[in-house]
Design a protein around this ligand. Structure first.
Ligand SMILES: [Zn+2]
Length: 579
């Protein structure tokens, strides 16, 4: 998990395709479309429910987080709609009503005297100031996305008023060096000062990008700089923390100031090497190693997006390795049968997470929006056009437009049935004028990647975590086989070589083949398992073991606990056959 590949000496941030122009199929495409469908389904998603955090016309959980549900809905629904066809059917009414629900100072939610002391003493669901700041950060993103999609001047006007609220009121009130003692009195978790104030930077950068008004960028930088003193790990809210880091990456793109990028890469290294990231590729609801027992779909979505954005900035495939580990394990396990996202119980010990527990709570007020939002971002990263080549980042099912120089192509990738020790195989075709080399990512789990055209092996050169092919022309059909035998990893995701002397006992390890990790089918406890080693080099997962351990997609029952850490005894073939 920490094995780095060197970023290219000169990496140029590539342009991404509009996600709506990418077709994503297979397991991930299915997860996305089920998630998107969920936000159009009542219960709970009526217009009354969606707007209740702005007009308080309905008693519902978290309505004091004003702009949270309404803003998330506005963002996801707008981004996934076409300009001619706003969807789901509740979107037009929500769009038309939101601008009428704004306070005179530009914020959404209850009338608040912002100069009063922060109401940290109120219970989470009754407090006003911090929850309102949280929700307003979310609705600013929604307003900017909605205006970009539909061009409605009322929504732009609303976004500008809210941006002005940050410029004129919020930044002064919540980034004031004279108020440090007050901020430090904040409790942790979802209503915390650090959680609720700083993810708002993202909407301000987007508003600057949409308007070129430097005041929004200035205030975003001021907030980001003030945030650094509070931006720590561990922290009690991973969603708030990681979404603020997405904002730092947006700020880095807008300003070119490397300090913002460094804060994110330093945090990534600390989180991954410190055990804050689980072997399933995700994080807990609190950004801690242990002592807390559930995840949150929103935090997984943010973690996915930060990894994708870091690849875009740096070209380092370790971030794609992390995104892939997350997608094929934790992200799948967090989705509910109805397509929504939320909280699954997670078992931890002192070293961190070791098992999925039961589904705990579908978070219809946040994760149901943020889960599909992350998968939507993924669509742009499946295949990406670089300066001279096409990056094939994820071996899965999709059709994506890419641009290389002046040439436009459509890349189609289809998964083929797996073979023994080839867990992933794809067929890739290119359509369009001209030709371009392919950069085929070498995943961290792969032993070897073999590219063929018919029976002929295509020579390919390893370059910075990719295999570079000779130029590929329109109509060429390539078969890409990702060879990978099962392997073991430590609880920090480092590969464990097969010990020279067998039998050998390895405590607390993960069994992985391809992008997926193995789960104990019948237990949420760390249990003992014996595996044979063929020819001193190849760990075998015996066929009869499939009932006892399997990757997430092959498990019979997703509703009971499953451990993903094992104590493994490796036996040589001779020793095993003597039993
Ligand atoms: Zn959530």
């Amino acid at each position: 998990m920490t094995g780095a590949s060197n970023p290219e000496a000169v990496w140029k941030r590539p342009a991404l395709a509009e996600p709506n122009h990418v077709e994503m199929g297979g397991v991930l495409g299915d997860a996305f479309s089920r998630g998107l469908k969920r936000i159009g389904i009542d219960p709970p998603y009526t217009v009354q429910y969606l707007l209740a955090d702005l007009n308080f016309d309905m008693q519902r959980f978290g309505a004091n987080f004003s702009g949270d549900v309404s803003g998330r809905f506005l963002e996801l629904a707008s981004l996934t709609s076409s300009p001619q066809n706003p969807a789901p059917p509740t979107l037009p009414e929500v769009m038309s009503k939101i601008p009428m629900l704004q306070q005179l100072d530009g914020h959404f939610g209850a009338a608040i005297d912002w100069q009063e002391p922060i109401d940290f003493d109120s219970p989470l669901l009754e407090a006003k100031m911090m929850p309102t700041m949280w929700g307003n950060g979310r609705i600013l993103l929604g307003l900017v996305a909605c205006h970009a999609r539909f061009g409605d001047p009322d929504l732009l006007d609303s976004a500008l008023k809210l941006g002005d609220f940050y410029v004129n009121v919020a930044a002064d009130r919540f980034c004031d060096p004279n108020c440090l003692a007050e901020y430090q009195k904040s409790p942790g978790y979802a209503g915390a000062y650090v959680t609720c104030v700083f993810h708002g930077i993202a909407g301000l950068v987007q508003l600057y990008n949409a308007t070129d008004d430097a005041r929004y960028l200035d205030v975003a930088q001021r907030m980001a700089d003030f945030h650094s003193a509070f931006d720590t790990l561990p922290v009690e809210h991973a969603h708030g923390s990681i979404s603020a880091h997405e904002a730092l990456l947006m700020l880095y793109e807008a300003t070119g100031d490397p300090r913002y990028l460094k804060r994110v890469t330093d945090r990534w290294t600390r989180a991954v090497t410190g055990g804050y990231v689980t072997l399933a590729g995700g994080v807990l609801e609190k950004f801690v190693v242990a002592g807390f027992n559930r995840d949150e779909g929103c935090a997984e979505s943010d973690w996915l997006r930060v990894n994708l954005m870091l690849w875009r900035e740096l070209g380092d495939t370790r971030y794609l390795d992390m995104a892939e580990r997350l997608l094929w394990n934790e992200y799948l396990a967090n989705q509910w049968p109805d397509g929504g996202y939320g909280h699954r119980l997670i078992s931890t010990d002192a070293q961190g997470a070791y098992a999925y527990g039961r589904l705990d709570e579908e978070a219809v007020w946040c994760c149901c929006f943020h889960g599909p939002l992350g998968l939507r971002a993924l669509k742009s990263y499946l295949a990406v056009g670089g300066a001279r080549e096409i990056y094939l980042n994820f071996p899965t099912d999709f059709t994506a437009p890419v641009t290389v120089g002046r040439d436009s192509f459509t890349v189609a990738s289809k998964t083929l049935p797996a073979d023994e020790n080839i867990p992933v195989k794809t067929e890739v075709t290119l359509a369009g004028a001209g030709q371009a080399p392919l950069m085929v990512r070498i995943p961290d789990w792969a032993d070897e990647v073999i590219i063929q055209s018919g029976a002929k092996r295509i020579p390919a050169l390893p370059v910075n975590g990719y295999l570079r092919t000779p130029p590929v022309a329109s109509g060429d059909k390539l078969e890409i086989a990702y060879h990978a035998r099962p392997h073991l990893e430590t609880r920090l995701g480092q590969r464990i070589p097969i010990p020279a002397g067998l039998p050998a006992d390895l405590k607390d390890v993960v069994i992985r083949q391809g992008p997926e990790i193995f789960l104990n089918a019948g237990s949420g406890d760390i249990q003992n398992v014996t595996l044979n080693v063929k020819g001193q080099t190849e760990i075998e997962i015996p066929k009869e073991a499939s009932a006892k351990m399997a990757p997430w997609l092959k498990l019979q029952d997703h509703h009971v606990p499953h451990a993903f850490v094992f104590n493994v005894r490796l036996e040589g073939a001779a020793a095993a056959s003597e039993r």
